[in-house]
Design a protein around this ligand. Structure first.
Ligand code: CA
Length: 238
């Protein structure tokens, strides 16, 4: 069975593009490299890949513009790979439809974990699953129940909804505004305090050490990310 995925690397820095390419090959990806927005658009329409690694600083086009255009017609997973991203740029990339972002320098393990998550997230079997589990944590969407090591942690309705959303999007950052809008509607947006309080309670219930969480990570200034089995191994080295 051939499970080779095809990646498109959009990166004008040759050295960076080559090292990404080498990394992808060790992970059994076939990869094409393009070095401009125009080339990327051509490649995307003629031969769509399974995943795109996108640099935002392209010589002829803002990578964000490319992403926004792409999202009008395609849901191909996109991981933004960039040297420096401030909080606003991270939020903007996610809002524009990026599945994830990763900043240089990153470890090969980290990148391949992020890629696997981004691809798997678009696979249909995850959408119909009634459970999500990672490590000892299990979210049961039918019973509205979250357990750790088999015992119910007793979340409130809002707490459950937050964990459920993060679980459905495991491995992806959900922005503060997105979560607040989903839970309390647009009028509450910008008021991060209510979310922070809920998250503190969630962590007290699900994490062994709430101050260094294993299951739900804070992306400072951006949002929260639920761990996956892949990232659990990478982000919690023993
Ligand atoms: Ca660049």
């Amino acid at each position: 069975m051939s499970m080779s995925f095809k990646a498109l690397i959009v990166e004008d820095n040759r050295e960076m593009a080559c090292s990404l390419n080498m990394l992808l090959r060790t992970e059994d990806f076939e990869a094409d490299i393009v070095t401009s927005g125009l080339e990327a658009q051509k490649a995307l329409s003629s031969n769509p890949p399974d995943i795109i690694l996108l640099d935002l600083g392209l010589p002829d086009m803002d990578g964000m513009k490319l992403l926004t255009n792409l999202r009008m017609w395609s849901s191909i997973p996109v991981v933004v790979v960039s040297g420096r991203l401030n909080v606003e740029q991270k939020v903007a990339a996610l809002d524009a439809g990026a599945d994830d972002y990763i900043t240089k320098p990153f470890s090969p393990d980290e990148l391949s974990a992020r890629i696997r998550v981004a691809i798997r997230h678009k696979a249909p079997d995850m959408l119909v699953s009634h459970k999500y589990s990672v490590g000892d944590l299990e979210i049961n969407y039918e019973l509205f129940r979250v357990s750790v090591g088999g015992s119910d942690v007793g979340l409130t309705q809002s707490e459950f909804k937050i964990v459920a959303l993060l679980g459905k999007n495991a491995g992806h950052v959900l922005t503060y505004d997105y979560l607040i809008n989903q839970l309390w509607g647009p009028s509450a947006m910008g008021d991060n305090q209510i979310l922070r309080v809920n998250m503190a309670n969630i962590r007290r219930k699900i994490e062994k050490k709430p101050s260094s969480p294993r299951y739900i990570f804070t992306e400072v200034g951006v949002g929260y990310r639920m761990a996956t089995e892949d990232t659990l191994a990478v982000e919690n080295p023993k």
